[in-house]
Design a protein around this ligand. Structure first.
Ligand code: ZN
Ligand code: ZN
Ligand code: FE
Length: 764
C-alpha cells in the first residue's frame, strides 16, 4: 500500500473531472480523495503501485472529453488509512489560477434525453451536463461553482439537487444544471410584451420564421437575428434593416447532412463543423441551390454552423415544412457589439426583428460565434471567440503579467500569466463608446477570473488608435509601464508564438495587411521583416504609393485603383472600370490632390493593392467593411478556369513595385481576358513575388523560416499558392492555427514583444 498526492493543471474544472476521477478510483480499488483547488485538481490516492500508475496513465492520456491536461505532478504522501474514495469541497489557494472552460455545444447524451418522452427534461431547451453547455458566458468569478455563475439565483429542485450531489451522475456538479421545474424558460416577446412561454414560445417563433419573418433569438453568448435563408424576400428585408451592409450572413442547419445539400461534401470541414466548439465554417459554395443570393453577395463561400444549444435543436426540428437552413447573424448594427443583455436587446433589436425569442438565464460575457476555414484540412481561425475563449495559448517566453490591448479592428485583447496568454473573445471595432466599454468590462473580468493584475501594458504604436488611448489611460491610472509595439512586428511575433518558435530564433515576417502605423509614420502593410520577438528590421516593402483619403480609402477601392494606375504610368482611360466608378469632377479633384500631395499619405499596404485590383476588374468599387474587396477578388479568382500565368512585380533592392502587374492586368482587360482569370493571375503573381523575396532574404541573411501574417493571409487561395511554393524552396513556413492572422491575433504578438523587450533590456 502506497500513497501519492497528484496535482493536475489545465482545463480541469467544470468539465466533469472530479466524478471521472472518483469513478476511475472506485474501479481501480483506490481510496483517498479528489478536490478542486484554485490552481487545478488535487488527488490523494492510496492503493497498490499498479493501481496508482493506472490512475496516472488515465489522467494523462484518457481524461474526460472537455478536459485539457497541461501538467500532472506527483509527490509521495503519507497514507491516511481512509476506507473509501471521496470528493472533498473545493480548496481555494489565494493567488492560484486556472483556465476557465469555454462554452460547449449540447452533447449527444443530453440530446437523447431531450428527445425521450419519459425523461423529465423532455423537450427542455436548457438541458446540459458536465460535458456540455454554457461556461465562460455565465461565469461571474472563481472558483467555478453555482453561486459564481448567472445560474446562482435559480434554486435547484430536489431531483436536480440529487443529481448535482451524486458523483456517479453525469450532472455531478454541473453548475448550470436545470430542469423544466426549476430552471430557465423561454418566452416570445412581441412589441415588448410576452405573448407565449415555454414550448408555445418556440412553436410561435417557428411559425413566424416559416412565414418569412425575422426573429431575434437569445443564444449562448448573445442574440442572433434569424430568418429563413431560402426566402429571398426575408433575407432582403433583413439586409435592409441592417442598413444594407454587405457582410455575409452565417447560416445554421440542424445537422451536417442538411449542410451538404447546399455545399459539396468535405470530410475535413465536416469534422470541424461537428466539433463541440461548433464554429461557423466557411465552405466553397459552387451552386448553393435554394440559398437566397442576398445571404453572401458575390462570395464563393458560405459560412455554416450546426445547431449548438438545445434551444436551436428544438427550433430547427424538421417537422411541418420548417426551413432547413436559417440565417443566424449577430444581432447588431454593423460595427456595434453583439447584443446580449435583455433590456439592451429589446431596445436595439426592436427595429430589426419582428419578435424576440428570449430566456431568463443571463449572459455575463457576450461571445460572438467563432469563424473558421480550413487550410490543408486544418482549422484556421478568422475569428476566435465562442467555444475557444478564454482558453489560453502557450507563450514561448516568460514575462511579468501583461495586458496587451490589441488593435482597433477586430479587437481581442490578451492577458498573460506565467506562460499562459488568455486571449479574449471577439470585442469588435474599437472607437465607439459601446466597444470601449465592452473592452474595459471584459479586461477587468479576465483579471478577476485569472487572478492577475497586469504589471505591464502593451499596445499598438499608432498614436491615434482608440486602443492605444485606452492602453495609455490604463497605464497612467495604474502607474504601469507601457510598451508600444509596431503593428506588423506584432503580427509576425503572433505567428511565431502561434507556432511555438523559441525566443532565440529569427524569421522572415511576410506581413500583408490592410493598414498599420509604421515607424516612419507612414501606412505600412506590405512588409518583409527580419524579426525576433525582441526586435525587427524592415528588409523589403511594397513600394509606397499615395493613398487618397488615407484609411478612408479602404471604403472606396476605386480611389486606390486610380492612384495605383497613376503610379504605374497608366492613363485614366474610360475603358477601365475603376475610372468609370468616379465622376468626372471626382477625377479632377483626385488628380489635383495627387499632384499636390494633399491628404494622400504614403502607403505600402498589400490590402489596398488587393482593393485596387478588385476595382480595376470592376468587382468592387465601394466596400462597406474592411476586407470586402479582397474577399470578392479571391472569390473571383477561385471561380476562374485554371491558368498558369503569374503577373510580375519588379523587385529592386528593398523595393517591390507592383506596376508591371497593373500594366499586365490592364493589357489583359483590353484583350478581353476574363476578370476572374486576371484575378487569379494577380494572386499567382503575389505568391511568386513572396517566394522570390524570401529567397533573396535567405541568401543575404541566412534565415530559412517564414512567418505569414496580417489580414491579407486570411485569403486561403493566396495561402494555397504561396505555402507550397515556399516549402518547395525549402522554407519552414509558419501560418496561424491558434489565433487569427488578422488583427484579432495581434494582442498575442504584442505580449510576446513586450516580454522579449523587457528580457533584452539591460538590468539597472
Ligand atoms: Zn450534456
Ligand atoms: Zn430541477
Ligand atoms: Fe493588421
Amino acid at each position: 500500500m502506497i500513497a501519492r498526492r497528484i496535482h493536475v493543471s489545465g482545463v480541469v474544472q467544470g468539465v466533469g473531472f472530479r466524478p471521472w476521477v472518483w469513478q476511475r478510483a472506485a474501479s481501480l480499488g483506490l481510496v483517498g480523495w479528489v478536490r478542486n483547488s484554485s490552481s487545478g485538481v488535487e488527488i490523494h490516492a492510496e492503493g497498490d503501485h499498479a493501481a496508482i500508475e493506472a490512475m496516472l496513465a488515465s489522467v494523462a492520456h484518457q481524461p474526460p472529453p472537455l478536459a485539457a491536461i497541461e501538467s500532472v505532478t506527483t509527490v509521495p504522501a503519507d497514507p491516511s488509512g481512509a476506507s473509501a474514495f471521496v470528493i472533498l469541497d473545493s480548496l481555494d489557494h489565494p493567488g492560484g489560477s486556472l483556465p476557465v472552460a469555454p462554452d460547449i455545444a449540447v452533447c449527444d447524451d443530453c440530446l437523447r434525453e431531450m428527445h425521450d418522452p419519459a425523461d423529465r427534461r423532455y423537450r427542455y431547451p436548457f438541458i446540459n451536463c458536465t460535458n456540455c453547455g454554457p461556461r465562460f458566458s455565465i461565469v461571474l468569478g472563481i472558483p467555478y461553482d453555482r453561486a459564481n455563475t448567472t445560474m446562482g439565483p435559480f434554486r435547484m429542485c430536489p431531483e436536480c439537487r440529487a443529481q448535482y450531489d451524486d458523483p456517479s451522475n453525469r450532472r455531478f456538479h454541473a453548475q448550470p444544471i436545470a430542469c423544466p421545474g426549476c430552471g430557465p424558460q423561454a418566452a416570445l416577446e412581441l412589441n415588448g410584451r410576452v405573448v407565449a412561454r415555454r414550448e408555445d414560445a418556440i412553436a410561435r417563433a417557428r411559425s413566424m420564421l416559416a412565414e418569412g419573418l425575422i426573429v431575434a433569438i437569445k443564444g449562448l453568448g448573445g442574440f442572433h437575428l434569424a430568418c429563413d435563408a431560402t426566402d429571398t424576400d426575408a433575407v432582403a428585408r433583413l439586409r435592409s434593416r441592417k442598413r444594407r451592409e454587405q457582410r455575409p450572413f452565417a447560416l445554421m442547419c440542424r445537422d451536417a447532412a442538411t449542410v451538404f445539400r447546399f455545399v459539396p461534401e468535405d470530410p475535413r470541414r465536416e469534422a470541424i463543423l461537428r466539433s463541440p466548439e461548433r464554429p461557423i465554417v466557411l465552405f466553397p459554395a459552387i451552386d448553393p441551390g435554394a440559398i437566397a443570393p442576398g445571404v453572401a453577395p458575390g462570395r464563393a463561400e458560405l459560412g455554416f454552423m450546426l445547431a449548438y444549444t438545445p434551444l436551436h435543436h428544438l427550433l430547427l426540428e424538421p417537422a411541418g415544412g420548417f426551413p432547413d437552413v436559417l440565417v443566424m447573424t449577430s444581432a447588431n448594427l454593423s460595427d456595434e457589439p453583439i447584443a446580449y443583455e435583455d433590456d439592451d436587446a429589446r431596445r436595439r433589436l426592436a427595429p430589426l426583428a419582428d419578435a424576440l425569442l428570449v430566456h431568463d438565464r443571463p449572459i455575463r460575457m457576450r461571445t460572438d460565434d467563432s469563424v473558421v476555414t480550413a487550410f490543408e484540412g486544418r482549422r484556421v481561425f478568422l475569428r476566435r471567440s465562442r467555444g475557444f475563449a478564454p482558453l489560453p495559448v502557450a507563450l514561448p517566453l516568460d514575462g511579468p503579467p501583461t495586458l496587451a490591448f490589441g488593435a482597433d479592428m477586430k479587437n481581442a485583447f490578451c492577458l498573460t500569466r506565467e506562460r499562459h496568454a488568455f486571449i479574449s473573445h471577439h470585442i469588435g471595432e474599437m472607437g465607439t463608446v459601446e466597444t470601449e466599454r465592452a473592452f474595459e468590462d471584459a479586461a477587468r473580468h479576465f483579471e478577476r477570473l485569472f487572478r492577475v493584475h497586469p504589471h505591464r501594458i502593451a499596445h499598438d504604436l499608432h498614436p491615434d488608435y482608440a486602443s492605444t488611448r485606452a492602453a495609455l489611460a490604463r497605464a497612467g491610472s495604474d502607474h504601469l509601464p507601457a510598451v508600444a509595439v509596431q503593428h506588423h512586428h506584432a503580427h509576425a511575433a503572433s505567428c511565431m508564438a502561434d507556432n511555438a518558435i523559441p525566443p532565440d530564433r529569427r524569421a522572415i515576417g511576410v506581413i500583408f495587411d490592410g493598414t498599420g502605423y509604421g515607424t516612419d509614420g507612414k501606412v505600412w502593410g506590405g512588409e518583409f521583416l527580419l524579426c525576433s520577438y525582441a526586435s525587427f528590421e524592415r528588409a523589403m516593402q511594397l513600394r509606397y504609393s499615395p493613398l487618397p483619403g488615407g484609411d478612408a480609402a479602404a471604403r472606396r477601392p476605386y480611389r486606390g485603383a486610380l492612384a495605383a494606375l497613376r503610379a504605374a504610368g497608366i492613363p485614366w482611360d474610360h475603358d477601365i472600370a475603376a475610372v468609370r466608378a468616379a465622376t468626372l469632377q471626382e477625377l479632377e479633384i483626385l488628380e489635383g490632390q495627387l499632384n499636390a500631395g494633399i491628404n494622400t499619405p504614403d502607403s505600402s499596404s498589400m490590402g489596398r493593392l488587393f482593393d485596387a485590383f478588385a476595382s480595376l476588374l470592376g468587382i468592387c468599387h465601394r466596400a462597406d467593411h474592411e476586407g470586402q474587396a479582397p474577399c470578392l477578388l479571391e472569390s473571383a479568382a477561385r471561380s476562374s478556369p485554371t491558368d498558369d500565368t503569374a503577373y510580375e512585380f519588379a523587385i529592386d533592392d528593398a523595393d517591390i513595385d507592383p506596376s508591371p502587374a497593373l500594366r499586365a492586368a490592364v493589357r489583359d482587360l483590353r484583350r478581353g481576358v476574363d476578370a476572374r482569370t486576371i484575378a487569379l493571375r494577380f494572386h499567382r503573381g503575389v505568391a511568386a513575388m513572396v517566394t522570390a523575396c524570401c529567397r533573396r532574404l535567405r541568401d543575404e541573411h541566412g534565415i530559412g523560416t517564414v512567418a505569414l501574417s496580417g489580414g491579407v493571409w486570411q485569403n486561403t487561395l493566396l495561402m494555397e499558392l504561396a505555402v507550397p511554393m515556399l516549402r518547395a524552396h525549402g522554407f519552414t513556413t509558419l501560418i496561424h492555427y491558434n489565433v487569427p492572422a488578422n488583427d484579432g491575433g495581434i494582442a498575442l504578438g504584442q505580449a510576446c514583444v513586450a516580454h522579449a523587450v523587457i528580457a533584452a533590456a539591460p538590468h539597472p
